[in-house]
Design a protein. Sequence first.
Length: 150
Amino acid sequence: MSRTKVSVRALEPDDLDPVIRIDERLTGQTRKDYWKKRFELTTLRPPWMSLVAELDQRIVGFLFGWTSESEFGIHGPTAWIDLIGVDPPYRGRGVGQALVEQFVHSAQELRAVEKVFTLIDLAQADIREFFMKLGFKHGPMIQLEREVTG
């Protein structure tokens, strides 16, 4: 694999299959219907919110995000990283960092966002470490959940 620069661009409809392949490698599951619906939703959002990273002339990562105004008691415009995935052979090569940096830059420039949030599973130490290396820290909110039974 070469050491060329990671290129980040807006997600396009033709990126569906590469994103599905990366997700399959990461989760061990095939979720084609999920990803088809997810791609349809991206057409309702500005293009900078859903990104792919290219390296070695192929798609090696993706990021899906969104912005909000005064949600969850947070005042002002905020951005949220909803999903991020990097093809395992390309981890440690700056792919995830490039995706997050482009997302944050666009959020600041286009929406005057001052904070970017994400939710992680604390059991996934590698994900926590990744975000903390990029300047994320534990915030004052906690996740609450409730099981819904039929």
